[in-house]
Write a protein that binds this ligand. Structure first.
Ligand code: GSH
Length: 146
């Protein structure tokens, strides 16, 4: 993607603006369209959403990329296992990562829907991730995109 100095997708072009990094794009859209609330109002809850977005983008997605590109795959699979156990633990007894449906849940969707490409099986080992991923995939705004 030549508009992105990092040479990666996604990139959002909005008028004269070029926005990259998926977390920044998502927050930009959240702020541009406030009628759809995907961030909590409370400051601490907002921080929790950002912490989980960072967890997904700096831990789960890089491990997935290493597995997909065969870069030290055994170590990457072990990192992935640890991250998914932590995430599964965080999702115990909950429908959403933080309070209500938010950008944190949305950040999990691309990983969940491409999990086979990342050699990752989400089954009874991660019961909460299975339940959460299935519910997110069935959302009316998500299902038609799969
Ligand atoms: N931190 C970036 C990661 C973007 C990223 O790694 N994109 C991959 C596709 S999922 C890509 O464009 N890879 C092509 C490349 O690295 O040349 C984000 O969240 O936007």
């Amino acid at each position: 993607m030549k508009q992105n100095p990092y040479g990666k997708v996604p990139v959002l072009v909005d008028g004269d603006g070029v926005i990259y990094e998926s977390a920044v794009i998502n927050e930009y859209l959240e702020e541009k369209f406030p009628q759809v609330q995907l961030m909590p109002a409370d400051l601490l809850e907002r921080a929790k959403v950002r912490i989980w977005i960072d967890f997904l983008n700096t831990r789960v997605h890089p491990a997935a990329s290493d597995i997909a590109h065969n870069r030290a795959p055994e170590k990457a699979r072990e990192r992935m296992r640890q991250h998914l156990l932590a995430l599964d633990n965080a999702m115990a007894g909950k429908d959403y990562l933080v309070e209500h449906y938010s950008l944190a849940d949305i950040t999990f969707i691309p990983f969940y829907t491409r999990r086979e490409r990342y050699g990752t099986v989400i089954d009874g080992t991660y019961p909460n991730l299975k339940r959460w991923g299935e519910a997110l995939s069935a959302r009316p705004q998500v299902a038609p995109t799969l």
